[in-house]
Design a protein around this ligand. Structure first.
Ligand code: NAI
Ligand code: MG
Length: 484
């Protein structure tokens, strides 16, 4: 009998029309940075250079903010909400039409499996535009007063883990509410934002309503500190979130900050174990664990811990690590050399502090940035790997004896973004959900997202909510007099 060899199912790169270089998107067109500086974006799975990207410094940031201000005053704030909604619908439909192209570009630039960019990132980004388009003719009935007003010019800074999706989370509510934006994508993943700039042109969006400037943390800080922005919307590390909060504290700029997490995924003794194991895998290995709401702390009730771990290890042995463009791949490349270094650094502390590391056997590609799916058992609350965000495919496993102990351990964190509960008892799920201090709580599932559902955290996980009516409120000023 012949061997059943593994056959890959590679997606084609042909649809991705990546230019050799990109300028900044200011005033409805691509322009060269004033000082002509640029940086490269690479494919983290191969280390191949994909394109040369314009680097925006203070002068360019100023130009982008001026252009957004002029569009706000002259055009967008005067465009009836119903008309604004039409542009959002158009953008949503173009994203759907060009979904395959976006998925390929996202995977090449970010390293995430094509299955995820195709089935999660791009459809959800389009869904955010559809959802917010639907608000356009209902803003007066949304509980913000008779005539809610836009905030003005919004500076938006996004991370590299869900590049297009985070752009959609930021731009869709801002635009429907009548704001104009200057958005800065992360330095390692600028390509889908630049492709989105082309979508704005294709949709005939009035010039300067959306401006996209590329660069690094210095560019981001210049945007945050620009005197003429009215609001900062940031997603990224808690460290930078704190710096932003400090730098705007003496201004009247508004801010929403979506920061880190160290979510507990609680498995009670009465859980359906096979389903829980699927949920654990999805919770920590989805998107290489580069997920702020990842279920990175598994808390399992002691009497089922052996069974859960045995099944988890068997399931992890089936995770396919490798080429992100292969449609069969489950775990792709780590987004950057720097992130890989951070993962190594924190996980080494796990070894040093006495936790036990386990990974299934897997062959990692020789080029690019890779980390195998990993679990640590024998973890205690004081270990760095139990407290700090690793932001990689690494799960810390702790146990508990009583439900009360489980909740106490789950809440013993500086974060409070998300949590998971696995139990077949409805009453226990409701009881646990009430005790958990987290913005999003999933029961018998994990990492489920919907534009109608608000997302955000407690404590060092940030300020404010994104998505749903709650998210919209961050982009509107209530008409207080009218609502009295
Ligand atoms: P980061 O917070 O430095 O980067 C996020 C964005 O902020 C990027 O666009 C970056 O250019 C920008 N930025 C950096 N410094 C800034 C500043 N001073 N002012 C304004 N904007 C600034 O995150 P980084 O260094 O890429 O990752 C470090 C760690 O942060 C990760 O290991 C992970 O733990 C966490 N992280 C959390 C994310 C989340 O979704 N909550 C996303 C990305 C990172
Ligand atoms: Mg890249």
């Amino acid at each position: 009998m012949s061997n059943f060899e593994y056959a890959s199912a590679p997606e084609s790169k042909a649809i991705a029309n990546i230019a050799t270089s990109y300028g900044l998107f200011i005033g409805g067109k691509f322009v060269d940075p004033r000082k002509g500086k640029s940086f490269e974006t690479i494919n983290p799975a191969t280390e191949e250079v994909l394109s040369k990207i314009g680097y925006a410094d203070k002068l360019d940031v100023d130009l982008a903010v001026k252009s957004a201000r002029s569009a706000f005053t002259k055009i967008w704030s005067k465009t009836p909400a119903k008309e604004r909604g039409k542009y959002l619908y158009r953008i949503a439909r173009i994203l759907q039409e060009r979904a395959r192209e976006f998925a390929v570009v996202e995977t090449l630039d970010n390293g995430k499996p094509i299955r995820e960019s195709r089935d999660t990132d791009i459809p959800l980004a389009a869904a955010h535009f559809f959802y917010h388009a639907g608000w356009a003719d209902k803003l007066e009935y949304a509980g913000f007063g008779n005539k809610p007003k836009p905030v003005g010019v919004v500076g938006q800074i996004i991370p590299w883990n869900f590049p297009l999706l985070m752009l959609a989370w930021k731009i869709a509510p801002a635009l429907v509410a009548g704001n104009t934006v200057v958005l800065k994508p992360a330095e390692t993943t600028p390509l889908t934002a630049l492709l989105f700039a082309q979508v704005c042109q294709q949709a005939g969006l009035p010039e300067s309503v959306v401006n996209i400037i590329t660069g690094d943390g210095i560019t981001g800080a210049a945007l945050v500190n620009h005197p003429d922005i009215n609001k900062v919307a940031f997603t990224g590390s808690t460290e930078v979130g704190k710096a932003i909060a400090r730098s705007i504290s003496a201004t009247n700029k508004r801010a929403t900050l979506e920061l880190g997490g160290k979510a507990a995924n609680l498995v009670f003794e009465d859980a359906a174990i096979d389903e829980a194991v699927e949920g654990i895998v999805n919770g920590i290995f989805f998107n290489q664990g580069h997920v702020c709401c990842a279920g990175s702390r598994l808390l399992v009730q002691e009497n089922v811990a052996d069974e859960v771990l045995e099944k988890l290890k068997a399931r992890m042995s089936l995770i396919r690590v490798g080429d992100p463009m292969d449609k069969n791949t489950d775990l792709g490349a780590i987004n950057s050399k720097e992130q890989l270094k951070r993962i190594h650094e924190i996980t080494k502390s796990g070894d040093a502090e006495g936790a036990n590391r386990w990974s299934p056997e897997c062959k990692l590609p020789s080029k690019g940035f890779w980390y195998p799916p990993t679990i640590f058992t024998g973890v205690s609350q004081s270990h760095r790997i139990a407290r700090e965000e690793i932001f990689g495919p690494v799960l810390s496993v702790l146990t508990f004896r009583t439900p009360a102990e489980g909740i106490e351990k789950a809440n013993n964190t500086m974060y409070g973004l998300s949590a998971g509960i696995w139990s077949d008892k409805g009453a226990k799920i409701l009881w646990a959900a009430k005790q958990l201090k987290a913005g999003v709580i999933w029961s018998n599932t994990f990492n489920k997202f919907d534009p109608a559902s608000p997302f955000g955290g407690y404590k060092e996980s940030g300020w404010g909510r994104e998505g749903g009516r709650h998210g919209l409120s961050g982009y509107l000023k209530s008409d207080v007099k009218a609502s009295k």
